[in-house]
Design a protein around this ligand. Structure first.
Ligand code: BG6
Ligand code: MG
Length: 215
């Protein structure tokens, strides 16, 4: 069996930033005069910033020019970054460091595969930037998950075949991207919504590190 590489999504897998995305998008919705619920925020998980705004504006039944959309995305991101600035290693999700440690000890290559343009900044804030051999984020890809581009680029930069990569994902769009790429998908979160993954765990505390060597 050839050695696998491991590709981590960021938001919802390594850190819980969905709550900050929610506050920032809700601020915009408030300004535009419509309600935006936590339940609706689920639709934005794993989705690019541009696509997130499109979904939000559809909820509010609002049409806008490209220039106006660019302005709103910038404003939302400024608000989001106010919360990111306060992040510390305390916000790393449970047992993520344990799994990263295991993979490093056993010399498995590790990549990030995230839609976020803020990914390297967030990893730096929580002190995990050095743990990744390869970073692929929203600044490197043009097609959003469920398109497999982000993970295929990750495999390429790790020097691995897609079939030799394992992806950790919390969003259905990300699980679909991994499967389309021909990779093993491990869903982190809700079993029902992530059932297209090869394995699903509620969180990393449920994963025996040795299990990863059997993949
Ligand atoms: C994904 C998040 O990781 O990144 C999405 O799950 C977010 O909710 C997307 O929209 C883009 O993030 P950013 O930081 O570039 O606005
Ligand atoms: Mg995610």
């Amino acid at each position: 069996m050839r050695k696998k590489g491991f590709i981590f999504d960021l938001d919802g897998v390594i850190v819980d930033t969905a709550k900050y995305h929610y506050i920032a998008w809700k601020t915009l919705a408030d300004q535009l005069g419509f309600a935006f619920t936590k339940r609706q925020n689920e639709l934005l998980k794993g989705v690019s910033r541009t696509r997130s705004l499109e979904i939000l504006l559809a909820i509010g039944n609002i049409e806008a020019s490209e220039a106006q959309k660019a302005y709103w995305m910038e404003a939302k991101n400024m608000e989001y970054l106010r919360y990111i600035e306060k992040m510390t290693e305390d916000e790393i999700l449970p047992d993520v460091p344990k799994i990263l440690q295991f993979l490093k000890e056993h010399q498995y290559p590790i990549a990030l595969g995230s839609a976020s343009k803020n990914a390297s900044h967030i990893l730096h804030k929580v002190g995990l930037l050095e743990d990744f051999d390869v970073l692929v984020d929203g600044t490197h890809v043009s097609k959003a998950k469920p398109d497999p581009e982000v993970f295929l680029l990750g495999a390429k930069e790790l020097g691995l075949e897609p079939s030799d990569c394992v992806v950790f994902e919390d969003a259905l769009a990300g699980v679909q991207a991994a499967k389309t790429a021909g990779m093993i998908a491990i869903g982190i979160g809700d079993h029902e919504s992530l059932r297209e993954a090869d394995y699903v765990f509620n969180d990393f505390t449920e994963i025996e590190a040795r299990f990863l060597s059997t993949l």
